[in-house]
Design a binder for this molecule. Structure first.
Ligand SMILES: Nc1ncnc2c1ncn2[C@@H]1O[C@H](COP(=O)(O)OP(=O)(O)OP(=O)(O)O)[C@@H](O)[C@H]1O
Ligand SMILES: O=P(O)(O)OC[C@H]1O[C@H](OP(=O)(O)OP(=O)(O)O)[C@H](O)[C@@H]1O
Length: 217
């Protein structure tokens, strides 16, 4: 039998929406995948030619870009932040919708911006690029969560973070000032694997057909 095709998924909130779509595309993990007590990270699938790995969202892109996994599902925020040349995102799955936005403390949203700003974010590249486009040099303080605390504690004057309902910003006294990126989850594949392994192309076509079907309905 050939090496199994490795399919990488994030462990958190995208997963719930992705699982039904994956099942319709023939990616169905063994029962242990759903066992909250299991510490396994790699799972057999109904299709014996496939294995599923569960990793952090940012790491999904890294595994696929380096060819350690051949395909996966991840938010377009992660695809854009890394910009890996070996990673190809051919299908917009139209799930996991949110946006990447700049937010500032209430009361500090108006007035001209200085030429240098300190921004807290998990997305240093997208943040720097956005502010460069406005002629502002952004010094990014990299945080992995709870960005919303940074302005009130003097760590940064603004944040760049994911927004969905807007509740987290509101409850932390922040106001959204600009949207940098509208986000949805993508099917991603390793470019070399797409060229050399016909199973990868077939997988892309299955997901593409599913999304087209859903749009037509
Ligand atoms: N409100 C939201 N907050 C965060 N991410 C969201 C939201 N809505 C949709 N997303 C999408 O979900 C992705 C995070 O996915 P998920 O929660 O599955 O990852 P994770 O592996 O748990 O992340 P982490 O590295 O934070 O542990 C984001 O990259 C984004 O594309
Ligand atoms: O606009 P809202 O609906 O309030 O959602 C946005 C919040 O959700 C995400 O955090 P998450 O819950 O993933 O926690 P984390 O950043 O600590 O992982 C994000 O970083 C925001 O804090």
């Amino acid at each position: 039998m050939p090496n199994p095709l490795i399919f990488a998924v994030p462990k958190g909130r995208i997963l719930e929406e992705a699982l039904p779509l994956m099942a319709r595309a023939g990616v169905v993990p063994e029962a242990e995948f759903h066992d909250k007590k299991s510490r396994a990270l790699s799972f057999a699938c109904e299709n014996p030619e496939m294995r599923l790995i569960r990793v952090r969202a940012f790491d999904v892109a890294t595994f696929v870009a380096h060819g350690a996994a051949q395909a996966g599902i991840v938010g377009s925020d992660v695809v854009e932040e890394f910009g890996y040349p070996d990673l190809y995102a051919p299908v917009d799955l139209a799930i996991g919708h949110c946006r990447l936005s700049v937010a500032a403390p209430e009361g500090e949203v108006s007035g001209a911006l200085p030429s240098h700003l300190r921004i807290a974010s998990k997305y240093p590249n997208l943040t720097r690029r956005h502010f460069e486009g406005m002629g502002i040099q952004a010094e990014v303080v990299k945080l992995n969560g709870a960005m919303e605390l940074a302005p009130s504690l003097g760590l940064a004057s603004r944040i760049v973070d994911l927004v969905s309902t807007g509740r987290t910003l509101l409850e932390n006294g922040l106001v959204e000032t600009n949207t940098i990126l509208d986000i949805s989850a993508r099917l991603i594949v390793n470019r070399a694997a797409l060229k050399t392994d016909e199973r990868v192309g077939a997988l892309v076509e299955r997901f593409r057909a599913l999304v087209n079907e859903r749009e037509a309905a």
